[in-house]
Design a protein around this ligand. Structure first.
Ligand code: DC
Length: 225
């Protein structure tokens, strides 16, 4: 890992707003972006295509190392297939969460995530960015929100995409996924030391973004090092 290239990590559960904040922050700074959840989602899709089951840990680890994924602006490719929309479904999120608990999978994706560190800097979002993948990161942020608020946001997103979904089952699914991501033994979702913690339940994206920017400026100012 190149310790001279700055890294900002944004961790948190799904629907906390971390994806939106990470994207805006990377754009404002002119830095690279790593959406690590997309790697797990595309891997879940790849495993289905290759007919590898969730209990075949060694094979899944191998698929993780070889994953033919390509990020192209807003589009994400698995081999020659554009999987950008497919990987955003609830079922693919759940499949990703299940395989993400497998140590061989996490080991297979570790170096691939670190390879995203390139000048002038990287903004990385996920569950274990500040704890395991980039423990040396200069700035760490942990974003959360209540399960009800996150379900509401997700519900709206899905409606906007023309998909129908029941609010009750969405809250249940979110709780179930949180529980799995938080309690797994390998790299569980947890707050990194020295992270800025924000609960976005009753905050607008603009307010969250402003607080994040203030913290980033404080941490990256020459006086902070
Ligand atoms: O952030 P997301 O909803 O796209 O992530 C999908 C799943 O992938 C999430 O439920 C858990 C897993 N994941 C992970 O274990 N570690 C990460 N750094 C990112 C995602």
């Amino acid at each position: 890992m190149n310790a001279t290239i700055p890294v900002i990590t944004i961790d948190g559960p799904s629907g906390s707003g971390k994806g939106t904040i990470a994207k805006q922050l990377a754009e404002q700074l002119g830095w690279h972006l790593l959406d690590s959840g997309a790697l797990y989602r595309v891997l879940a899709c790849y495993a289905q295509r290759q007919q590898v089951q969730a209990d075949e840990a060694a094979k899944l680890g191998e698929l993780a190392r070889l994953l033919p994924i390509r990020f192209e602006g807003e589009r994400i490719w698995l081999d020659s297939e554009d999987v950008s929309s497919l990987i955003r479904t609830e079922s693919m999120g759940n499949a990703a969460s299940r395989i993400a608990a497998i140590p061989e999978v996490r080991a297979g994706l570790l170096q691939r995530q670190r390879d995203f560190v390139r000048p002038p800097g990287l903004v990385a979002d996920g569950r274990d960015m500040g704890t395991v993948v980039f423990p040396q990161a200069q700035v760490k942020i942990f974003l959360t929100a209540s399960a009800e608020e996150r379900a509401k946001r997700r519900y709206k997103q899905l409606l906007d995409k023309g998909m129908t979904v029941k609010m009750n089952s969405l809250v249940e699914e979110i709780r179930e996924r949180d529980e799995r991501d938080r309690t797994r033994t390998e790299s569980p979702l947890e707050v990194p030391a020295a992270a800025l913690q924000l609960d976005s339940s009753s905050m607008s994206i603009e307010t969250v973004m402003q607080q994040v920017l203030d913290f980033v400026q404080l941490k990256l100012s020459p006086a902070a090092s």
